[in-house]
Design a protein around this ligand. Structure first.
Ligand SMILES: *[C@@H]1O[C@H](CO)[C@@H](O)[C@H](O)[C@H]1NC(C)=O
Length: 486
């Protein structure tokens, strides 16, 4: 029991919640914690003792929990998105007072946050939807946090989040007030979409190196370790290198080869793709990464399909050409980097489109900055994105930033070689191919869309514009075509 009121409260003590609470306590902010399942409370209190007598106080009932916190109260919830959040708000609201702040730290759909912010305002409570990235480890040692909603609520926790967030040398804590309404959740959602893209691109690099280049796990381990020292340096490349180094404790060989090729997901990637479609923002790399997960889920069908095609003389890999390993590794690295630029360009443009629709005024460069540490997509590369937006906040697309354009030009022939090799070998590289197609479409002044427009006007009288004269035109294509044949 705390003798004096604590600075903040946290409800929802699954591992993320426990770790964030311990992190907050460790930074010197006395914290009250609560969970309906009281064993979770005791477990957290026990950990706080073990991890250095941290100022953390557990409560078994919501009333004494809420009352133990200094006013205006700030309570972070880390519960499952959806109904559990509403339930927790309801439980806590019974004891909260005007001016108190509720912060949802989960991966919530942004519109739910906007609905709740309005609903709790009727009682005079303030509300924040704060995306937290970095997994369990990040929560304990410094996550990246994306708080959006009431600015006044943010001011009440600013001192805490600035200390609790990951700290990056030369660019500060990985947190900033994102903007109004559900903007914090939206930005976190797109962060996760970008994460899907990154993971898919890395998986494709792995597939090409392993299936075509015939690299062993030992070689992959050293390639990824090497890559993590250069332009690709990032959390995801680092953990990938680690994965290739881990032996199976249940048999021979490496664990990665025993893991079933079926990817799970929780929904933020799907939301990102839905939002991209909603806002007419092209996001093919992120979309292909979602489709790749869906396809991976069809494991049983794929096993059957492989049989059908094998019977037809169609093997798994369609080439046995030997490749120059060193050249391939170099090419794949370049293809991965160039593809990544396209993927981030799509994510950033999605955020900008939403920001314009909602009037959020989001600063893309700031987002790149707070993603530099703590979160799953943290990477050296984000600094380049920040610089691009510093050079030009109105940049239409990362691809046309002079620095990125130069990097893409330097890598494009390697990128094409990798995609061609993959296609000829029957290895699908949906993310790299989608990125390349995105680039090739974006950089071309004239696309074959003139023909699609002509078709639309032909069968549906949808009209078309002309390249030479202003206005909207319709042509009796059918009549003219048939007449000229007579
Ligand atoms: C408490 O713990 C249980 C089980 O771990 C969890 O389902 C629940 O959402 C938690 N949160 C609260 C606020 O009770």
């Amino acid at each position: 029991m705390a003798v004096q009121p604590t600075r903040i409260g946290l409800a929802g003590l699954a591992v993320m919640g426990q770790n964030l609470a311990l992190n907050i306590a460790e930074k010197g902010f006395p914290i009250s914690v609560y969970n309906r399942t009281t064993s979770k409370v005791d477990e957290t209190v026990e950990r706080a003792k073990k991890e250095g007598n941290l100022p953390l106080y557990g409560f078994h009932d919501p009333e004494s929990f809420v009352k133990s916190i200094q006013k205006p109260r700030v309570i972070i919830m880390l519960v499952k998105a959806g109904a559990p959040v509403d339930q927790t708000i309801k439980t806590l609201s019974a004891y909260l007072e005007k001016g108190d702040c509720i912060v949802d730290g989960g991966n919530e759909w942004y519109e739910n946050t906007e609905r709740r912010e309005k609903a709790v305002a009727e009682n005079g409570f303030l509300y924040l939807g704060m995306g937290v990235s970095g997994g369990e480890e990040g929560a304990r040692n410094g996550p990246s946090m994306m708080p959006g909603g009431s600015l006044e609520a943010y001011k009440n926790i600013e001192d805490i989040v600035l200390k609790v967030a990951a700290q990056v040398r030369d660019s500060g804590p990985c947190v900033t007030y994102i903007g109004k309404g559900g903007s914090g959740n939206f930005v976190k959602m797109v962060h996760n979409g970008i994460e899907y893209g990154d993971m898919q691109l890395i998986a494709e690099a792995y597939d090409v190196l392993k299936s075509v280049g015939k690299l062993s796990n030992e070689e992959l381990h050293s390639v990824f370790t090497d890559w993590n020292k250069g332009e690709l340096e990032s959390f995801l490349i680092e953990i990938t290198a680690d994965i290739f180094g881990i032996k199976d404790d249940k048999g021979d060989g490496h664990l990665v080869d025993k893991v079933l090729d079926k990817t799970g997901m929780k929904g933020t990637g799907k939301w990102t793709v839905q939002q991209a479609a909603e806002l007419s923002v092209p996001a093919p790399t992120i979309e292909s990464s979602l489709d790749a997960r869906f396809l991976s889920g069809l494991k049983d069908e794929r096993v059957q399909a492989a049989k059908v095609f094998k019977a037809g003389g169609f093997g798994d890999i369609l080439t046995d050409q030997t490749v120059d390993k060193k050249q391939l590794i170099d090419d794949v690295r370049k293809a991965l980097y160039a593809s990544k630029i396209c993927s981030y360009a799509q994510g950033m443009n999605l955020i900008r489109a939403k920001s314009m629709e909602k009037g959020w005024g989001l600063k893309l460069g700031e987002l790149a900055r707070i993603w530099k540490g703590g979160c799953i997509i943290r990477a050296i590369f984000l600094d380049r994105i920040k610089q691009a937006y510093d050079r030009n906040a109105e940049l239409a697309n990362l691809l046309v930033d002079p620095e990125f354009a130069k990097e893409i030009i330097e890598r494009q022939s390697a990128w094409r070689r990798v995609v061609c090799l993959a296609i000829n070998s029957g290895i699908s590289t949906p993310g790299m191919s989608a990125s390349l197609a995105y680039f090739d479409s974006y950089r071309r002044e004239r696309l074959p869309a003139n023909l699609v427009q002509a078709q639309r006007d032909y069968f549906g009288a949808h009209t078309y514009e002309r390249t030479d004269v202003e206005g909207s035109f319709h042509t009796e294509w059918f009549k003219i075509a048939r007449q000229s044949k007579i």
